[in-house]
Design a protein around this ligand. Structure first.
Ligand code: ATP
Ligand code: MG
Length: 259
């Protein structure tokens, strides 16, 4: 579990994260949604320690991240996996080398042991027989799988994904979402995902935090979000006339007692 308490972060005189208190539980996908510029990436970068917050606390399983020294942070980082936007694979390295990288960095395993772990992990993300390929030789969806494999090869307790579906078609996005969700439940990972993909919200939104101008404007799950009465959130998720009509129809059905 990760908690933030009254977290604030700004750049110059611009406040970007303005007092966010939130809880991200283990074994579920915690989604952070909001318009472009609402502070999702800055919040995630604070959570993983890439940005120092100006004030407030970040608590990892009762351990105060904001008060940790460099040595303690380094130990915690070994329990953190991150899937970057655009996958951020090393282009000059094969799939196998990419996934092996965290094992090279953080373990003393033999080459044979590392190969075994890499193969098991590639198997888990349904990527067999791709070990010798280079990133340029595989599709966008496959790259995401390699990125996920690299993020989970050390069996992290905490997984962060910044826009995991960017650049993917809706069907491939759904497969990636389902994979992240399965892994989250299977290994009881605390997973935090930044997204503006409404399909993701509906499919895997166990817990959703809606950010508006650096503040937590709404939180709930994927069932509650359909019926929410928050105007700003509704303007965001039901942006198109088509979706507004779909929501209105659904509300009429519910009032009539239909399912
Ligand atoms: N390193 C930085 N220096 C100064 N300002 C920054 C920095 N990083 C982000 N910002 C500002 O913080 C605000 C929030 O940015 P952020 O990247 O968190 O938005 P986001 O919600 O992730 O948007 P998107 O959906 O487009 O990814 C923006 O106004 C951005 O310009
Ligand atoms: Mg972002």
């Amino acid at each position: 579990m990760i908690e933030t308490i009254d977290l604030k972060k700004g750049f110059g005189d611009k406040t970007v994260i303005n007092g966010v208190s939130a809880t991200f539980k283990s074994g579920q996908c915690n989604l952070i949604i909001g318009t472009s510029g609402s502070g999702k990436t800055v919040l995630m970068k604070c959570l993983v320690g890439l940005f120092e917050p100006d004030s407030g606390s970040i608590i990892y399983d009762k351990r105060n991240f904001t008060e940790m020294d460099e040595h303690e942070r380094k130990q915690l980082r070994q329990q953190i996996g991150m899937l970057f936007q655009g996958s951020a694979l090393f282009d000059s390295q094969t799939v196998q080398q990419n996934v092996m990288f965290p094992l090279d960095m953080f373990t003393n395993l033999t080459y044979k042991q590392k190969c075994k772990k890499v193969n098991e992990t590639l198997d888990r993300v349904n990527l067999k027989d791709a070990n010798r390929k280079f990133p340029a030789e595989i599709s966008g969806g496959m790259k995401k799988r390699v990125g996920i494999a690299r993020a989970i090869v050390l069996q992290p307790k905490f997984l962060f994904c910044d826009e995991p579906n960017s650049g993917l078609d809706p069907q491939t996005s759904l497969l990636i979402d389902k994979l992240i969700h399965e892994i989250t439940v299977e290994f009881k990972i605390t997973t935090v995902i930044n997204t503006h993909d409404m399909n993701s919200v509906m499919e895997i939104g166990d817990h959703i935090l809606y950010m508006y101008q650096g503040q937590k404007e709404w939180e709930g799950n994927n069932k509650e979000i359909i019926y929410n009465k928050n105007q700003k959130l509704n303007d965001f998720i039901f942006a198109s006339e088509f979706l507004k009509d779909a929501k209105a129809m659904r509300m009429i059905e519910i009032e009539r007692g239909e399912k």
